[in-house]
Ligand binder design. Structure first.
Ligand code: ADP
Ligand code: MG
Length: 210
């Protein structure tokens, strides 16, 4: 079974940066409907800096170090609620595989679970609160239940479930973040962070398929 190395993750992060650029206006529009209309801008600013950092990354930075660099950059550069959440997601994910030069598929799902746990620990949101957790939590359950013999298929199922989770935020009333202030008026709109999450996680799939 294929293991994932540092080059794979660097390519994934670069792909995420392209995804943030391509979807900047869409994420901002979604956030304009139920928030303050900056989610795409925030993420674009953060990932542009991530690319700069990756361009200068020292050769001896390992997988955990790469995740830490990305997480800290997002924490530092992305404004709003999503910066610290995405930042700690990547930092905690990387911390799971300290000193490893390759990670297995099982390691990868452990990393993603640790990342999502940290989003929940920081943001204190629950499933159904209309946040990015509504895509991550059901997605991860699928990922953990999937057959490890086919990581590509498992990651594809993971992302498909995340996308479904994002769709499922549309009828929900927001209970966390800025959208919470809208109460019932948040119904009928997709949570922007649930959309950016599945699209960013899709980069793991795309890079694997390359
Ligand atoms: P801000 O809301 O500060 O303007 P962004 O617009 O960049 O930040 O990000 C908004 C997204 O952050 C929301 O769509 C939601 O998915 C996510 N979010 C906000 N608060 C929380 C929370 N407490 N837990 C999990 N996700 C959250
Ligand atoms: Mg916002």
């Amino acid at each position: 079974m294929a293991d994932f190395d540092r080059d794979y993750f660097i390519a994934v992060f670069r792909r995420m940066a392209e995804t943030a650029e391509t979807n900047r206006d869409e994420w901002t529009r979604l956030d304009g409907d139920i928030g303050d209309g900056d989610h795409g801008i925030n993420m674009s600013i953060g990932f542009r800096e991530v690319v700069k950092q990756l361009d200068a990354i020292p050769d001896d930075t390992d997988i955990a170090g790469t995740f830490k660099l990305v997480g800290m950059t997002l924490l530092r550069k992305v404004g709003g609620a999503s910066g610290p959440l995405y930042g700690s997601f990547f930092m905690k994910a990387g911390a799971e595989v300290a000193d490893q030069t390759e990670v297995s598929f099982d390691d990868l799902r452990r990393m993603l679970r640790a990342g999502v746990d940290s989003i929940q620990a920081r943001g204190k949101a629950q499933l159904g609160d209309k946040t990015m957790l509504d895509s991550y939590l059901p997605g991860l359950d699928v990922l953990e239940a999937a057959d490890a013999a086919d990581p590509g298929a498992a990651l594809t199922e993971f992302v498909a479930r995340m996308k479904q989770g994002s769709d499922d935020t549309i009828p929900l009333v927001a209970k966390k973040g800025r959208a919470m202030r809208l109460g019932e008026r948040s119904v009928g709109h997709r949570d922007p962070g649930s959309q950016s999450s599945w699209q960013l996680m899709n980069c793991f799939v795309e890079e694997l398929a390359r």
